[in-house]
Design a protein around this ligand. Structure first.
Ligand code: SF4
Ligand code: SF4
Length: 179
């Protein structure tokens, strides 16, 4: 056919083939001893989240003045205001709807919302995804037995190479934003 050129497959010589196989074997050996992978083995490994990461929310009820502003501003309609025994209304968050935009945190004039670096959570039912005010006060909890073998990894630059650094401090799995 005009304009089409047939390209011959490479046909390395015997010594060249041996060299290519040895090269491939060398790469496999190097990766087995010192992997240079950039992917992480989620969920056993978690990537270290940057400062200001918008994860699950924590509520400080002492600061909340029940102004309803966070519920009004929430674009996903994920905030429900619940009446407490003291007669005031406090927010609850429905994580079936929340899109982690943190407009609630940004809009709260009292600084009652805080972010965590954590969002790796699974719920057994849709009903469980509605976190009441009481649950929001404590923030996300990871049971100790589920933390075994988990660690945080972060990217590190070594010269011109990018690698992964492991950090085995389990308390770093859930960090609450500082004031
Ligand atoms: S905006 Fe802040 S103070 Fe107002 S109801 Fe929400 S959490 Fe409470
Ligand atoms: S993070 Fe965004 S979507 Fe989630 S509760 Fe706050 S305002 Fe609503």
């Amino acid at each position: 056919m005009a304009g089409v050129r047939k390209i011959k497959p490479p046909s390395p010589s015997f010594p060249e083939r041996i060299r290519l196989h040895l090269d491939a074997f060398g790469v496999a050996l190097r990766e087995a001893v010192k992997p240079s992978r950039m992917t992480i083995q989620y969920p056993r490994e978690l990537r270290k989240r940057p400062k200001g990461f918008r994860g699950m929310l924590v509520l400080d009820v002492e600061k909340c003045i029940s102004c309803f502003q966070c519920a009004f501003v929430c674009p996903a309609n994920a905030i429900h205001m619940k009446k407490a025994p003291n007669g005031k209304y406090y927010p609850c968050v429905d994580y079936a709807k929340c899109i982690f935009c943190h407009y609630c945190e940004d809009t709260c004039t009292k600084g009652a919302w805080k972010s965590t670096n954590f969002m790796d959570v699974a719920f057994k039912s849709v009903e469980e995804m509605l976190l009441t005010t009481e649950k929001l006060i404590n923030g996300p909890e990871v049971p100790e037995e589920e933390r075994e073998d988990e660690y945080v990894v972060e990217y590190e630059v070594k010269g011109t190479k990018l690698g992964l650094k492991k950090d085995y401090s389990p308390e770093k799995l859930v960090e609450i934003e500082e004031d």
